[in-house]
Write a protein that binds this ligand. Structure first.
Ligand code: NAD
Ligand code: WQD
Length: 396
């Protein structure tokens, strides 16, 4: 690695040691970006950094390319330390204000873009501790945007979620980005009839879902007020799987509630069975339908958003990151059974409060504008996850 001379550009990844953040950091390094990771390890472990570095170094060696820089800061992104960090990677530039004639300081940052993953994400916890969720996911975001403005960093990618569609998913149709808007949208047809779509947060079943909706709405307002911002909100559907190496996976602190992490526990013998929430949904086998998407495809979606060369200029844009294919809970279980070569014990129980029966992405906008579609199938997700689980069992 050449010594740093203060001119290198970085992508800052906040929450970069978490499940999606770590896979995206790895993909950024594989694509040759220097990365600054910020994470307070509230839901991740420092060992993830070592694994990301090792996988990236292996990729660079095999492809005979230099290893980009990877810096890690164990920081709560809401703390003062974040200001100090941003200042460290920025150069002050003195300019004269045209109207007042006064000298003002502006900044040129080495941070070319920020990808913001850091948030709390448990639906159940958000109902029990709403203020903790609003503080991290919403107040934190507002303060972060203000800091970024101060340092002239206006290229921002936000982790949103299919959860923002709420009960709209129940219609059973692929969810389109325009199904959810933050500002009133008026359209007129050829006959001069006006249709008005009002912003709505109806049908968002928990505080977590509302934090993501409010996050998007704040970003839409910020981009509307200042045309220099380029903000992309990526609405992930159900990210699963892991890097095929089996070295990097999903290793949260605390009790998981999502389907694949729970299935992982059953496979490892940490849980006796999977409780299937609801077998009376109007679907082909009675269990709920989700759009499972390989986490590496999600990671690639972030690279596509960074590289996106929109002709429309800056502003606020939303994209679904989904496969467009619906898989039932039982089909997902079967794919993991096949990968593991053994049966997974099940108990059919009542529906989980707040769940929707079906949630599948329309993929048109991301395909057309970002040139991004998923590459991997649910079978590959299951195979990679099983590879990770079996390697973890071998290690322990
Ligand atoms: P994760 O919990 O694995 O990762 C989040 C990371 O952020 C963790 O490493 C955590 O330690 C860190 N973090 C949290 N608060 C922080 C703070 N105040 N300061 C610094 N670091 C902090 O979650 P994930 O599954 O990787 O999700 C990433 C993002 O994507 C989240 O915003 C989540 O809401 C969103 N999302 C996730 C899913 C999913 O199914 N995993 C689906 C849709 C959207
Ligand atoms: C998938 C299906 C469950 C566990 C949630 C959030 C969403 C997003 C992803 C962040 C459902 C069923 C699950 C179990 C089960 N996160 N299931 N037994 O509910 O689609 O979305 O996580 O943004 O916002 O709402 O994902 O993985 O929890 O559930 O039967 O032990 O699996 O009922 O039908 P979900 P999930």
């Amino acid at each position: 690695q050449a010594p740093a001379d203060g001119s290198e550009k970085y992508i800052m990844v906040i929450g970069g040691l978490g499940y999606i953040g770590s896979h995206t950091t790895l993909e950024l390094l594989r694509e040759g970006h220097n990365v600054i990771v910020v994470d307070n390890l509230s839901n991740s472990y420092k060992t993830v950094l070592k694994n990301v570095r090792m996988l990236a170094a292996h990729h660079c060696k095999v492809n005979n390319v230099p290893m980009p820089r990877l810096r890690f800061f164990r920081i709560d992104y809401r703390s003062k330390a974040m200001h100090v960090l941003l200042e460290r990677y920025s150069k002050p530039v003195m300019t004269v204000d045209a109207t007042s004639g006064r000298q003002v300081v502006s900044y040129q940052s080495q941070i070319a873009g920020v990808i913001h993953f850091a948030a709390y994400k448990s639906v159940v916890e958000s109902i029990q501790q709403p203020l903790r969720y609003y503080r991290n996911n919403v107040c934190g975001l507002v303060n972060l945007l203000q800091e970024l403005e101060r340092f002239n960093i206006r290229n921002f990618i936000f982790s949103s979620s299919a959860t923002v569609y709420g009960s709209k998913a129940n219609a059973g149709l692929p969810l389109k980005e325009e199904d959810l808007v933050h500002h009133q949208v008026k359209t007129q047809n050829e006959a001069g009839e006006t249709t008005i779509v009002e912003p709505t947060i109806e049908g968002l079943s928990c505080p977590y879902a509302r934090t993501k909706y409010f996050g998007e709405a704040i970003l839409a307002d910020v981009a509307e007020a200042d045309a220099d911002w380029r903000i992309v909100a990526l609405r992930y559907f159900n990210p699963v799987g892991c890097d095929p190496s089996g070295v990097l996976g999903e290793s949260p602190r605390g009790e998981p509630t999502n389907l694949f992490p729970v299935l992982t526990q059953v496979l490892k013998g940490d849980r006796p069975e999977l409780s299937v929430f609801g077998s009376d949904w109007p679907t082909r086998d009675g269990t709920a339908i989700r759009d499972f998407i390989h986490v590496l495809d999600v990671a690639r979606g972030h690279i596509a958003a960074l590289n996106w060369n929109t002709k429309k200029g800056n502003g606020f844009s939303t994209f679904n990151l989904g496969s467009g294919t619906g898989t039932t809970v039982l089909e997902a279980v079967r794919s993991l059974e096949q990968a593991a070569g053994r049966e997974i014990p099940l108990a059919l129980v009542d529906r989980r409060p707040g769940d929707v029966g079906s949630c599948v992405a329309s993929t048109d906008r991301a395909a057309k504008e970002l040139g991004w579609t998923t590459r991997e199938s649910i079978t590959k997700c299951a195979a990679d996850l099983w590879n990770y689980v079996s390697k973890v069992s071998l290690r322990s």
